[in-house]
Design a protein around this ligand. Structure first.
Ligand code: FAD
Length: 603
């Protein structure tokens, strides 16, 4: 085709330039033209609850990437388009004379797998060659799955044994020093001098594209359970946020600009949503690499990292763990670079107390692989209880309900009023248990909480006290976590609810005793539940146990100025353990049939 490769590089989970094998393979072709594309996919937007913190991080990361591309070539930037990639890509192949489509493989989530298969087929049909490298994980998840006989990995040992066949993860590769321009064929001989002249030509080439928003819009029912717009669980998610991405202005935006939208242009108001402004976790490759460098510099911290000893009681700005998860989620930092930098830092440290998997940094990164292989092995049903071959079936209150075919999700019934009230209290941070409420507020405000705070929330909501399905908890995290991941989020919720991966259901996190071990003075509570800030240390984790005169002195009467506990911690714990015993004895797995047939017995 005119003698030169014309590459479309489709950015998705890899908002970076360093250590990107697919990008490197694309650039090795020495292409005549190079189109860095980002596609707002309505399926993604509607199928997931995306809270404002994640949107902000994503937009910041896209802007940073666009600037990096521009600094490598003044005629380049991220070309942001809106629409279903399965419709849009074939059109762009033709209009831009594409010869190669390059992208980083995204191994998790059934929709994504199907979308990428379709993109491959469309590429083939248009004579476009696909270059897909892997880079989102340490290992190629598909290959690890094969090495594990296509079975989901349910323990770290199983994962380690499967990856042992592949040796160490690949070493990271450097970022490119230059990239070619996104030139239409007619412009190759004499390219425009300025990007301001180039973009209108590219925009003109999109004229007549179908208006995806109108075509796709009616398929999405915002009231249905999975989409969840109306059931948004916090101040941050309003339906309009999702709507405006593919709303009536979408086709207009394609015509007018390729630029990264702002939160405001998407109808989101960070201040009104009461999220932390400015962000404690700024998006982008440079920010991620800066954070990585900072943690790696402390060789003792890296070499002796022991996850269970890190504190869940610190605010996001002082995180006791690396806080690199948002950067890994959007691919701003390469996981292989993280791995190898940590290996080097550990080597340099000559002191005592070096740690190893599972508790060290490498162990953490391997957990991420374990969940990804598990997700890839289970497929579509991984994110729910029903028909999920690895999730033990437990008769939670507020389960998700499926239709009689066991496939399509039907709107959930209201559930029993008491459980709905518990769930509402949880997501609105008014359970009366200060550590739980503070962690929920921290999550909603900053988009991140420590792993053990996630443990505390997940245990409390499911088999610890509330007996609510892990799916409901996972869906709350879906919306608020910046680092939300289709494999790690459901996987960890299954772990914490003792539905899969972990089974010691009699080990329940104390709502006061557990966090108290890490921070007796309750600083997280004082920050996020300021009405409790004048309580003495002795009562900060359980203010309802303080005598009335102590409450009055702290200017906060429990039940009036701060909620009384919504349940009896000890009684509910015993109740839940008894129910878990029965559920384990029944040994149900992945099948809600009994419930649908009305056979599940109240215990
Ligand atoms: P560090 O302790 O510094 O670990 C380094 C990296 O290792 C992390 O960035 C992360 O990529 C990986 N990692 C560490 N622990 C885990 C783990 N248990 N599972 C998977 N990866 C891990 N992590 C996500 O990335 N996305 C999620 O959606 C997610 N949902 C969770 C839900 C629940 C209920 C629980 C209990 C945990 C969840 N985690 C999730 C795992 C873990 O809490 C976060 O990865 C971690 O807290 C991120 O902070 P960090 O980067 O400082 O972690």
């Amino acid at each position: 085709k005119d003698g030169g490769a014309r590459v479309m590089y489709w950015f998705r989970t890899d908002l970076r330039l360093h250590d990107s094998p697919a990008l490197q393979a694309a650039l090795d072709l020495k292409p005549q033209a190079f189109f860095p594309l980002w596609c707002w996919d309505p399926n993604y937007i509607y199928k997931h609850r995306v809270g404002i913190n994640r949107f902000r991080f994503l937009l910041e990361s896209m802007s940073a990437l666009s600037s990096s591309l521009h600094s490598l070539n003044p005629l380049s930037q991220l070309l942001v388009v809106r629409g279903d990639p399965c419709d849009l890509l074939p059109e762009l192949f033709k209009r831009w004379g594409i010869t190669h489509l390059a992208f980083e493989r995204d191994p998790n989530d059934e929709y994504v797998r199907q979308r990428d298969d379709q993109a491959r087929k469309d590429a083939k049909a248009n004579g476009v060659e696909v270059l897909d490298g892997y880079g989102h994980h340490l290992y190629d998840i598909r290959e690890v799955l094969k090495a594990h006989n296509n079975e989901p990995t349910l323990t770290l040992g199983a994962l380690q044994s499967a990856v042992s066949k592949f040796g160490d993860p690949a070493k990271p590769i450097d970022a490119p020093k230059s990239i070619p321009s996104p030139l239409l064929k007619d412009d190759v001989a004499s390219p425009p001098q300025d990007i301001k002249d180039l973009l209108p030509k590219l925009l003109k080439s999109l004229e007549g594209l179908p208006e995806y928003s109108k075509k796709k819009g009616p398929e999405y029912d915002l009231n249905s359970h999975e989409l969840g717009g109306q059931r948004s669980t916090g101040e941050s998610g309003k339906v309009t946020c999702y709507d405006s991405l593919v709303g009536p202005d979408a086709s207009e935006s394609i015509k007018s600009t390729f630029s990264v939208p702002t939160l405001e242009s998407l109808g989101m108001d960070a201040k009104a949503a009461r999220v932390s402004v400015p962000s404690l976790i700024p998006g982008g490759e440079a920010e991620g690499l800066k954070r990585l460098e900072r943690v790696i510099k402390d060789t003792k911290y890296i070499a002796t990292f022991s996850k269970p000893k890190t504190s869940p009681c610190q605010d996001t700005s002082e995180a006791s763990t690396t806080l690199l998860s948002p950067y890994l989620k959007f691919g701003c930092v390469s996981v292989r670079k993280f791995w190898w930098d940590a290996v080097e830092a550990s080597k340099q440290y000559k002191g005592a107390g070096k740690t190893s998997p599972p508790e060290n940094i490498q162990g953490q990164l391997l957990f991420r692989e374990m969940y990804s292989v598990a997700e890839a092995g289970v497929g579509e049903t991984y994110k729910r209880v029903h028909a999920n071959p690895i999730s033990r079936y437990i008769d939670w209150y507020l389960p998700t309900v499926y239709d009689s075919k066991g496939k399509e999700i039907i709107p959930r019934p209201a559930g029993d009023a008491a459980s709905e009230a518990r769930y509402a209290a949880f997501v609105e941070a008014r359970t009366g248990f200060p550590f739980i409420d503070a962690a929920v507020k921290q999550l909603k405000t900053t988009g991140w909480i420590h792993h053990l705070a996630r443990h505390s929330l997940a245990s409390f909501l499911t088999r610890g006290q509330c007996w609510i399905s892990w799916e409901r908890g996972a869906e709350f995290f879906d919306e608020h976590l910046i680092d939300w991941d289709p494999a790690s989020n459901p996987g960890n919720w299954m772990w914490l609810s003792c539905s899969a991966f972990f089974h010691q259901y009699y080990r329940v996190y104390g709502l006061a005793t557990f966090p108290q071990k890490y921070d007796p003075s309750g600083s997280l509570i004082r920050k996020y539940c300021p009405e409790l800030k004048d309580f003495p240390d002795k009562h900060i984790y359980a203010p309802h146990t303080a005598p009335l005169e102590v409450q009055r002195k702290a200017k906060c009467e429990i039940g009036k100025d701060y909620p009384a506990p919504i349940l009896d911690e000890k009684k509910e714990k015993e109740h839940c353990i008894a129910r878990m015993k029965v559920a384990y004895a029944k040994g149900w797995r992945g099948d809600a049939k009994e419930v649908l047939e009305g056979k599940a017995q109240e215990i």
